[in-house]
Write a protein that binds this ligand. Structure first.
Ligand SMILES: Cc1cc2nc3c(=O)[nH]c(=O)nc-3n(C[C@H](O)[C@H](O)[C@H](O)COP(=O)(O)O)c2cc1C
Length: 376
């Protein structure tokens, strides 16, 4: 029985209905309730599994917006700050787990706080471009349920780097894992001026984030992948490495510079690209982006980049080759079709230091992060 003095409500004389609060519940009581709530929230998060059949009846982009908004609100629920063990150092990043969120899931950083409450070791936002742009006409995301895959041809729909920077400035103090952003060029910037777009984004983000990923591998911006070829990539990387280094002198902060590569390169192309990446002094690669190939799946599928389980063998092979070209010390983030502890283990054995996931999350929900986050 609650002692009289602690009862938050007073019953009106001779009436059984609660009429008024005689005093506010103490701050301690509120804290205790919120703590309890936060303790059970992980099981509430599993509600994703219950909601998925409903979400999968919606067009994929709507379902994604709903999920992002739910995560946004989840981020604002009051809770005790989770302490993260950031003692594992990988390639200069201090991470609580090796599994991070891949680019494209939260392009504009709207659910930054909520995502940081899930079991990710690090988060990548974007891709962003200097100016906001709507992306390609809809529909532009497709589910391939039988293959546990997605095809997207979004085309860098985003609100622009400045909007993302504002979110980072506001939210970053609440985020307790390393964050990075993925940068691209606007669709109407000619390829020979693309370096300017990357420079602009890099300079804006440089001192605020832990890593910046140069996206030259999205299949959905015409010509973008041409930037992976010898001359343009050398010029682009040389400029960005110079910017990174001059920032170290001014702000004492060293932002890691990563390059995201395509799984569709031949072994020869990959070797040449890796050589340039290493020679120019880039810190690491993300392997891989989506593929335009359609191995073992229905060939009539729409145009765009394929992600999820069918991408895994390609991404795995790419990581293996890249490791052999880049040497032991170079940071490699493996991405593409990672689904469970077995695929995570294979990716680690192929040479990936860190891992990223996107499509696996859409199909399985945040629960899959529990086992993945234990990846050694
Ligand atoms: C809908 C969608 C949007 C994506 N947008 C981006 C993006 O903006 N920038 C980027 O580098 N990769 C983007 N990706 C690729 C993912 O980051 C990742 O490289 C790819 O999906 C492979 O991982 P997965 O099989 O775990 O999904 C996107 C993927 C999907 C499915």
């Amino acid at each position: 029985m609650i002692p009289k003095s602690k009862k938050p409500y007073r019953l009106h004389k001779n009436k059984t209905t609660i009429l008024a609060r005689t005093r506010n519940p103490s701050v301690d009581t509120i804290d205790a309730t919120l703590e309890k709530l936060f303790r059970i929230l992980p099981s509430i998060v599993n509600i994703y599994e219950l909601l998925r059949p409903f979400l999968f009846t919606l067009p994929p982009e709507w379902a994604h917006q709903l999920t992002l908004n739910a995560l946004r609100w989840y981020g604002y629920l009051p809770a005790k700050k989770i302490k993260r063990d950031l003692t594992v150092e990988v390639g200069g990043l201090h991470v609580p787990s090796r599994v991070g969120l891949a680019a494209g899931f939260d392009k504009d950083g709207i659910a930054m706080r909520g995502l940081s409450k899930l079991n990710f070791g690090f988060l990548e936002f974007g891709a962003v471009t200097p100016r906001s742009q709507p992306g390609n006409p809809r529909p532009r995301v497709f589910r391939l349920r039988n293959d546990f895959a997605l095809i997207n041809r979004l085309g860098f729909n985003n609100q622009g780097i400045d909007a993302l920077i504002q979110k980072i400035v506001k939210e970053e103090p609440q985020v307790n894992v390393p964050i990075g952003i993925n940068i691209g060029k606007n669709f109407d910037t000619p390829l020979d001026l693309a370096i300017g777009d990357y420079e602009y984004c890099f300079e804006r983000a440089n001192s605020l984030v832990d890593f910046v990923t140069i996206n030259i591998s999205s299949p959905n911006t015409p010509g973008l992948r041409d930037l992976q070829s010898a001359e343009p990539v050398q010029a682009l990387l040389a400029r960005l490495v110079r910017l990174r280094d001059s920032n170290v002198k001014h702000s004492q902060k060293r932002t890691l510079l990563l390059v995201k590569i395509s799984p569709d390169l031949s072994a020869g192309e990959l070797e040449r690209l890796c050589t340039t990446i290493r020679e120019e002094g880039v810190d690491g690669i993300v392997a891989t982006n989506t593929t335009i190939t359609r191995q073992d799946i229905d060939v009539d599928q729409p145009q765009g980049g394929l992600s999820g389980r069918p991408l895994f063998p390609l991404a795995l092979e790419c990581v293996k080759l890249a490791r052999s070209f880049l040497g032991e010390e170079f940071l490699i983030v493996g991405c593409g079709g990672i689904w469970d502890s077995s695929t995570a283990k294979q990716m680690r054995e192929a040479g990936a230091d860190l891992l990223q996931i996107y499509t696996g999350l859409v199909y399985q929900g945040p629960r899959c992060l529990r086992s993945l986050s234990q990846t050694d």
